[in-house]
Write a protein that binds this ligand. Structure first.
Ligand code: GDP
Length: 337
């Protein structure tokens, strides 16, 4: 049965979780007709958002990253519980994990790893779309953010693994990017990738418990010193370092206060608006690139010639430049269909 976009939007705006889940499933689908439906749903949601809260900046969008095992799920669970129980707010948890297996489900955003939050009606948890390229997974999550905001979620937490380009993608869809670290900075400090540190707004050292409190405090000073070496960012917010124990629920409230401090700074300086505007512009470019790539690879002219030309390039009989040129010309000659 073809879902009706208007009905889906009415449902999700009214708080129907099944409607929200269905809309996200459409956004994750690779089928062109699903994507068209998802676009209609999104347009309606965007119209609703600008009508419902003009200029309000919408939800707080927080990216959370860190290496596997650092405590992302535990931290997001504790932070989410703080938001719903102590602040009486709503929270949606999304994930970007291009490494997640096609079968057996994904690891990030897994409800069983956020047991306390998963049982709360004010929280919505959605695992990473699985088995796609980073581009596909990121595109779906960007759309899911808009859908969750239309559904009224005040806070959106986007979890990602600290590998590859997924951190860049998540920093590019959130207002604030939080990196979780382990106590015992030494090694990590050296391996800290400059590119990642430039994305980071908050560093939180987790697992400051069970005798590791001293090491965590030392790590904090070392990170603060290291972060000072970076040139100040144009928006004037230098990354702040905090300490917490997600497991023992200490420092989690303080971490959220840092998120709010960052937000106040970004709002007052006008940079929240600028950051979102730049993100919208890059989203546009990504959408165009994605559509062009898919249309190109789907076209009959390209599908016919691609395997042969790939073989010639692999064998060294044809240069990649020539092969690309031939394919693009065939695509254009075929009316791009
Ligand atoms: P993720 O892979 O980054 O999502 O990490 P998890 O949240 O699954 O945590 C990995 C392991 O670290 C689990 O065994 C957690 O119980 C444990 N853990 C998470 N947070 C803390 C913490 O604050 N202190 C301690 N001691 N262990 C923690």
């Amino acid at each position: 049965m073809k879902p009706d976009p208007r009905q889906l939007v009415d449902g999700l705006v009214a708080g129907d979780r099944a409607a929200l889940a269905r809309a996200i499933t459409l956004a994750e689908s690779a089928l062109p007709r699903h994507q068209e439906l998802a676009e209609e749903v999104l347009e309606l949601c965007l119209a609703h958002a600008s009508h419902a809260s003009p200029g309000a900046g919408g939800a707080v969008r927080l990216g959370v990253s860190g290496v596997p095992g650092v405590g992302k799920s535990t931290f997001v669970d504790a932070l989410g519980v703080h938001l719903v129980r102590e602040r009486e707010e709503t929270v949606a948890v999304l994930a970007v994990d291009p490494t997640s297996p096609v079968h057996g489900g994904s690891i990030l955003g897994d409800k069983t790893r956020m047991p306390r939050l998963a049982s709360d009606r004010r929280a919505f948890i959605r695992p990473s779309p699985s088995g796609g390229s980073l581009g596909g997974v990121a595109r779906a999550t960007r759309q899911a953010i808009v859908l969750c905001e239309a559904a009224g979620y005040r806070n959106i937490l986007v979890e990602t693994v600290g590998v590859g380009q997924s951190e860049v993608a998540v920093a590019d869809m959130t207002d604030c990017f939080l990196l979780l670290m382990l106590p015992g900075a030494g090694d990590e400090l050296q391996g800290m990738k400059r590119g990642i540190m430039e994305l980071v707004d908050l560093v939180i050292i987790n697992k400051a418990d069970g005798g590791s409190e001293g090491r965590a405090a030392r790590a904090r000073s070392e990170y603060e010193a290291a972060l000072h070496l970076f040139p100040p960012p144009p928006h004037g917010w230098a990354p702040v370092v905090g300490v917490c124990s997600a497991q023992e629920n200490r420092g989690v409230r303080e971490a959220w206060e840092l998120v709010l401090r960052h937000r106040a700074h970004m709002q007052e300086s006008g940079w929240l608006h600028r950051r979102r505007a730049a993100q919208a512009r890059r989203w546009l470019v990504e959408l165009i690139e994605g559509h062009l790539r898919e249309a190109f690879l789907r076209s009959a002219a390209v599908r016919e010639r691609m395997p042969g030309l790939e073989g010639l390039v692999e064998a060294g009989a044809l240069s990649p430049l020539r092969a690309a040129r031939q394919l693009l010309e065939a695509w254009e000659a075929g009316g791009k269909g």
